[in-house]
Design a protein. Sequence first.
Length: 98
Amino acid sequence: MSIVLVGGHDRMHDEYKEICFKRGHSVKVFTQMPARFDKLIGNPDRLILFTCPVSHRMIHTAVKEAKRKNIPILRCHNGSATSLDGLLQQLESTPSSR
């Protein structure tokens, strides 16, 4: 499954990628808002949004693009590795994500 992860802590960028790869998912991680962010999101299967450690502008852009492309959004207030692992586990256990 392809995932775009928006938000989180800069220092955890590599750890987020490692967690997703171990669970068999391809992932793009954006902890800071790059130029042309809306174009970089692409068309993933899911968008994971860590709402606490992220700018409002980045949230607005990600949600707007996800709605436009009908990409399901999973939100989590906490940007920890455990939270990401729990979201992925929840995602994998739902029948519609298989």
